[in-house]
Design a protein around this ligand. Sequence first.
Ligand SMILES: CC(=O)N[C@H]1[C@@H](OP(=O)(O)O)O[C@H](CO)[C@@H](O)[C@@H]1O
Ligand SMILES: [Mg+2]
Length: 559
Amino acid sequence: MNEDQRLLFLSSSSHFPPPQGVKLSYGTSGFRADASILQSTVYRVGILAALRALKTQSVIGLMITASHNEVSDNGVKVADPSGGMLSQDWEPFADTLANARDPQHLVELIAEFVQKENITLDGTKPVEILLARDTRPSGEFLLEAAKQGISSIIGAVALDMGILTTPQLHWMVRARNVGVKASETDYFKQLSSSFRCLVDLSPCGTHANNVDDKLVVDGANGVGGEKLEILKTMLNGLAIEVRNSGKEGGVLNEGVGADYVQKEKVVPFSFGSQDVGIRCASLDGDADRLVYFVVPSTSSNKIELVDGDKILSLFAIFIKEQLSILNKEIDVKAKNGYQCHLGIVQTAYANGASTDYLKQLGLEVTFTPTGVKYLHEKAAEYDIGIYFEANGHGTILFSEQFLCWLKARTTELSDVAKGSEQHKAALRLLAVSELINQAVGDALSGVLLVEAILKYMGWSIQRWNELYQDLPSRQLKAIVDRRAVVTANAETVAVTPPGIQEAINAETAKHPRGRCFVRPSGTEDVIRVYAEASSQDAADNLAQSVAKLVDRFLGFGSS
Ligand SMILES: CC(=O)N[C@H]1[C@@H](OP(=O)(O)O)O[C@H](CO)[C@@H](O)[C@@H]1O
Ligand SMILES: [Mg+2]
């Protein structure tokens, strides 16, 4: 590192002292904390993003958001060149950087890291970092800190993209790196035109008419509602009403949003008896999660939740059907054939009934630990990989190789069998690959794909919800030192503390269809307990008794 660069670091970082007595960790999805202590962290992630851009010689993204957390929190995460999450092997460096105690220490760490990673800091190869933030008021000053971090590296240029959803930023990073148009307008155009294409390819007549065009969306008082207001004006055949768009004065994520709706299973603010039977959806604070719901009756505020697992199931049925139409008369071993490997990826939080259902359809289902970085990585191993967390974060990934074959096959079919069912199936799959965000789970593209598939199937939300019946479940938190629990087998087995898994097994065995696991949260200092059983009472009891077990093994007073 040359002297100019060293001095630049020292002077710039002295304006961003780290908070005292706090240890920050990159976690499941970046750093998150109360916004008031994050300035130094965001500054340092600015440095990290710039180094990552130099290392990869690509455009990198930096997003300031705390998703579904309360409005006083904020967070920061990095989008890699593919548009996906920051490569996991850089996370330990992110942690050390964020926790460096003073400017000297910080500069030493950077010098050591750039040497190890062979990164040249002479400004000869300029790089760009795209910055965005959600609607949190603290985003503005934190974005400034990120800019300072980036400009402390000679040759790194920060481009402020303004207020965006998290998936929009990831999409832009990916688009920039594959060399296609990458503005927000391009994003909206791609979504709306691929949606139109799918709707135009719906079987006409009876089916389409059965489906109500109206959809009411809860925008969590965040950025998603604001963006959906723009997108909806570009759509035909779908009437979207956005509530909780943030303009009516409601507070971000307070009694609203996908996280609230999924966990509490009650109507979000501004929904109620006027919505009985209507198709409703809810986005989270940065619009990377989506769940649907129905208000079943005027007499209670309970909802029927249509969660990430059901969205996954709907997508899986549709993709499977299109693939089988496409391959109907093809010998997959022949020249024009392709044995498409379709894979489904879930976590232990997926409702057991969804996994049974998917397996009954003959689909290949695999499990990863919680956190989209794990699901995404696994899904990318397939020709078509569909992943979802039960809480509504997920997408469909198409491999380059399969898309290449699909494009060639579509051209071939348009010559020899234009307008045939096979041709249409190929066009539909291509449209899905354009519509659904290839970088990261995206509630806006997710809504449009759900809507297009419901139209295609001619299904109401009630019909969709009846695909299978969720097993009753309960989630609890145990406030103990989360580092004491280590898990294996995609978090389904607790290997430490010794004996806890045997005790959990003994509790679980008492309940018909019982399933239960404990794991350390990656975003909160808690152990999460999940239980499932054939009745709600049984699921509640199982969760409670296992939470007590956790306390007994690890809580205050335990040795
Ligand atoms: C049970 C649950 O919903 N866990 C969430 C939550 O992670 P935890 O590691 O459980 O705190 O936040 C993650 C980031 O948003 C999300 O990916 C994940 O699904
Ligand atoms: Mg989110």
